[in-house]
Design a protein around this ligand. Structure first.
Ligand SMILES: [Zn+2]
Length: 216
């Protein structure tokens, strides 16, 4: 269905822990567990609510090809309409927050294939209800550039909103290096801005194909 489905190997590539001074380098799922168990969530994650825009700035010179990088570590609280939104405390309230890592993998260039920047979301559950609108912002006019989305598992049927949104542990958003560099700042610091907007209600006990509750 999609020639990019073999991107699964990215999950095994270590990324550096985003907490300053911590030397840990782990594959994304293990890194998420590390953040939850070995750091205080209020130090290592930021709380985001439904439809809040978070803009992440990255220095392109620090993104080495062949490596995974943490763009953002989020405790997602949802809309709070169901009293789920609580401030992050010393004990992350897992019943109320869905921990999510926004990851970036820089795929090195190959013969006849341009270098690519691949974004994806990592969470403890493969969530279909929590989804994100992720895009690259242009510093010149603030416009958004949409990446090419592809499914992690080509056997998955595309979701209705698959053209617009990323789902945790399910899909990737791919940008060509020329587009990324075109949208970066010029000068000594070569930075890009990524916009991340999360949508939907977190539910750590979500099970795949749970149609009952959705149709209720
Ligand atoms: Zn750490």
């Amino acid at each position: 269905m999609n020639a990019n489905y073999q991107l699964d190997y990215i999950e095994g590539i270590p990324a550096k822990c985003p907490v300053i001074g911590c030397p840990a380098q782990l594959p994304p799922q293990q890194l998420l567990a590390h953040l939850l168990m070995l750091h205080r969530p209020e130090d290592s994650m930021q709380e985001l609510g439904d439809e809040w825009q978070n803009i992440c700035e990255l220095d392109l010179f620090e993104l080495s090809p062949g490596s995974n990088h943490v763009v953002d570590a989020i405790a997602y609280a949802g809309s709070g309409k169901a009293n789920r939104s609580r401030p992050i405390g010393q004990e992350l309230q897992l019943l109320h927050h869905l921990p999510i890592l926004v990851m970036l993998y820089v795929r090195p260039p190959k013969v006849n294939v341009e270098q690519q920047y691949i974004l994806y979301l990592v969470a403890p559950v493969a969530s279909r209800r929590v989804r994100a609108h992720v895009s690259l912002l242009s510093e010149w006019d603030g416009s958004e550039l949409r990446g090419m989305r592809c499914l992690r598992n080509y056997l998955d049927a595309p979701l209705n909103d698959s053209e617009e949104l990323l789902h945790c542990n399910m899909d990737y958003l791919i940008y060509k290096a020329t587009d990324v560099w075109k949208h970066s700042t010029a000068g000594a610091m070569c930075t890009i801005q990524l916009s991340v907007v999360l949508l939907g209600e977190p539910n750590l006990f979500e099970v795949p194909d749970d149609q009952q509750e959705q149709s209720a």
